[in-house]
Ligand binder design. Structure first.
Ligand SMILES: Nc1ncnc2c1ncn2[C@@H]1O[C@H](COP(=O)(O)OP(=O)(O)OP(=O)(O)O)[C@@H](O)[C@H]1O
Length: 219
């Protein structure tokens, strides 16, 4: 689903932040991406999302070499990837409901076709009472759950989540994780970047560990 072959990345003229990355994110798989702060987790997720171009090596997304994908096809491919950003990136002038519905609206879907799905999903992440408020009045954990709902609403084939439990207490972190596990059971491949060792220890999942720009994988 996502393949890296000898990928390296440097920002500008700086040192190589990631070196010799070779790995595969298989269909339906579930993995944690971990490593110390500054190890390159966000950078690696941005490469997977095609938000960054590698300095060297080959990246394939859905069996396509990303270096030669025509520009006009990028939005369609990106739509198959759900992403939860570390800083949420919700739109402050829209309600929670509108933020989550946005990917579907952008695709030209009629509201009657998705209204119930959006409400159901928001209830599922515990935001059933917060549908009509705007992000500035949501707590950090609520924003995080709204961002997760937005990433899930279009049923992505792969979900990339950057510290999705960074702003919530341990019970909510476990709830969010069980949401990802359920999503994975339904077929979505999941990659979760996290520092939270206690949370990872609760799951017998693959671990991708970044240290000093190199990757080690524990199956
Ligand atoms: N836009 C940028 N320009 C230059 N250097 C950058 C840029 N973004 C990240 N870096 C550097 O790349 C390295 C990896 O950063 P990255 O944010 O990917 O790490 P991380 O593992 O996600 O960290 P954290 O756990 O703190 O979020 C760091 O040394 C960082 O300073």
């Amino acid at each position: 689903m996502i393949q890296f072959e000898n990928v390296g990345l440097r920002y500008g003229m700086g040192p190589e932040v990631l070196r010799d990355m070779s790995f595969d994110i298989p269909k339906h798989s579930f993995q944690f991406l971990t490593g110390p702060s500054g190890a390159g987790k966000t950078t690696l997720l941005r490469l997977m999302l095609m938000a960054l171009t590698p300095t060297r090596g080959l990246i394939r997304l859905f069996d396509r070499d990303i270096a030669v994908i025509p520009h006009r096809e990028l939005p369609m491919l990106r739509r198959r990837v759900g992403i939860v950003f570390q800083d949420f990136r919700l739109l402050d002038h829209m309600t929670t409901y509108e933020n989550v519905a946005l990917p579907l609206r952008v695709r030209g879907k009629e509201e009657v076709s998705y209204r119930n799905d959006v409400i159901e999903l928001l209830k599922w992440v515990g935001l059933g009472e917060r549908l009509h408020v705007r992000p500035p009045v949501l707590s950090g954990g609520e924003k995080q759950r709204a961002a997760i709902a937005r990433a899930l609403i279009d049923q992505p084939e792969v979900l990339l989540a950057d510290e999705p439990t960074g702003n919530v207490d341990p019970p909510m972190a476990r709830r969010i994780l069980s949401l990802f596990v359920e999503l994975n059971r339904l077929g979505t491949a999941v990659v979760i970047a996290t520092h939270d060792i206690a949370l990872m220890d609760r799951y017998d999942a693959r671990r991708m560990i970044l240290t000093d720009g190199r990757l080690e994988i524990h199956e």
